[in-house]
Design a binder for this molecule. Sequence first.
Ligand SMILES: Nc1ncnc2c1ncn2[C@@H]1O[C@H](COP(=O)(O)OP(=O)(O)O)[C@@H](O)[C@H]1O
Ligand SMILES: [Mg+2]
Length: 285
Amino acid sequence: MQKEIKINVKDCVKIFKNNDVNTVAIRKLKCKFYPGEISIIMGPSGSGKTTFLNILGGLDLCDSGLINYRNQDITKFSEEELEKYRFNIGFLFQFFNLIEELTAAENIALPMIMMKKPRKYIKSRVNELLDQVGLIERAKHKPSQLSGGEQQRIAYCVAIANNPDILLCDEPTGELDTQSTLNILNLLHSQIKENPNISIIVVTHDPIFKQIADRLYYIKDGTIIHEMNKDEITQDLKDRNLDHKSFGDQDFSKKMETLIDKESIVEDLLELQNLLKEKLKNLTS
Ligand SMILES: Nc1ncnc2c1ncn2[C@@H]1O[C@H](COP(=O)(O)OP(=O)(O)O)[C@@H](O)[C@H]1O
Ligand SMILES: [Mg+2]
């Protein structure tokens, strides 16, 4: 049976125009996202990941191409339609994005107040979410009184408070330690069970996300250069000898830590190499 497609992106192009400089951030990008799936997007910095998520979330517009969401092309939406579309989306960013003046509970209530949900419902939903992320006793804390890991769990509650149809996460664990990363990983994984039609899209550098990914897109220079389905991801993890099932396993966490280190070192070295190449080119020209 053919799988239902939730978002179908065709030949998406985004060019930033600043004075005389044009930066092609997204070029002819094609990909598909499905209900009940976690898709991860990986790629070097500057490859267009954030730009693409912003376009998917209706926060930015592309210059050409189609983005079909439930058979409607969002690139043709009016400002008003886009605003409505954004109600379907939850956002989770790298830097927690909580409002400092509000308590954890008030931060979580805010998106529901904006949707004019009844008071009683909001109260019980806030408690339910705080309980889910294990932070009931932190309800009255301000963000600055919480650790980074706790802030991100509250930000997760904010993102899913209105039961979004699409959850967009931009490097959600970029600032977190290993244990807090595993907490977010488990929350995203359990969200699919609870909300089987949601599509979760995670931009990340962290290979640990392959553990929960149903689909993986590699993006480079604004376009998808490689795609893996669940079977291919599982095989890839087996080949790397990382096919553990439990995220809480100490051994597994250790292995992951070394892998994260190794991959980020390789990435740093590659970036350094490119920088040196550029410098050499400038010197010789
Ligand atoms: N507002 C902007 N104006 C001009 N160029 C931008 C803007 N935002 C991003 N870019 C450029 O677009 C490219 C992709 O950026 P981005 O989507 O942030 O990459 P990533 O998230 O993968 O690191 C980069 O070359 C970046 O410099
Ligand atoms: Mg980015």
